[in-house]
Design a protein around this ligand. Structure first.
Ligand SMILES: [Zn+2]
Length: 88
């Protein structure tokens, strides 16, 4: 869907690209939704894995993409693990 702008579910040809997805904290501040936040005592938090989306304008099917996915510290995210694919 990202490359061709065609929905794989319904074949519609109008896709909405969202460069970021909004999240909101307790103070009603809108922030980009991210996969992981690294906390430091001595400097500001570092947000990693900002999400972007491609949304079919007809059926609503949505694909999410994570920025810089290869460098996410998955060992620090509870429950996260690498699933290795197999090819035959
Ligand atoms: Zn669709």
């Amino acid at each position: 869907m990202r490359k061709r702008a065609i929905c794989p579910k319904c074949d519609h040809d109008e896709i909405l690209y969202l460069p970021q997805i909004a999240d909101r904290d307790d103070d009603d501040v809108v922030r980009p939704l991210v996969v992981h936040v690294v906390h430091f005592d001595w400097k500001d938090d570092v947000e990693m894995g900002k999400l972007s989306a491609y949304v079919c304008r007809k059926c609503g099917f949505t694909e999410l993409y994570t920025k810089d996915a290869a460098n996410l510290p998955f060992d620090k995210i509870p429950g996260a693990r690498i699933l290795k694919g197999t090819r035959e």
